[in-house]
Design a protein around this ligand. Sequence first.
Ligand code: ZN
Length: 136
Amino acid sequence: MTEPTFPCPACGGPLQPEPNRDSMSCAYCGAAVSIPELLRWTKITTSKPVEKPRFDPFAAAHKAVTPELRQKTIQQNQRVADILRKVEPVANTAYRGYFWWVLLKGLMVPGVLLLVSICCVVTLVTGGVIWFLSSR
Ligand SMILES: [Zn+2]
């Protein structure tokens, strides 16, 4: 928005009327100029405090990251990636071991019960057969 100007009556320079005043001195020739009534204006000052710029963590981080720091971070990430690559097979083995351990633990009680019942059935059948054969 362009502010209204009026020509200095002494030198013709374009003057911007200053707020809260009805006369001013020309910025070009220094003459005391009376501001035309139509262009007098009052600057409204509000008591609202100027809002501080909010802290932007991303902008701050971006500013804080120097090329050296970026390089260091890349190297550290590379190191972490290397460690993860080395650890991966170990972790996989450990997980497989854990999987089989849980499976076997779950099968232990039913397996023993099954074995006992098979033994009982075999004993009963064998006993029955022996009894049947000996009773003839
Ligand atoms: Zn002037």
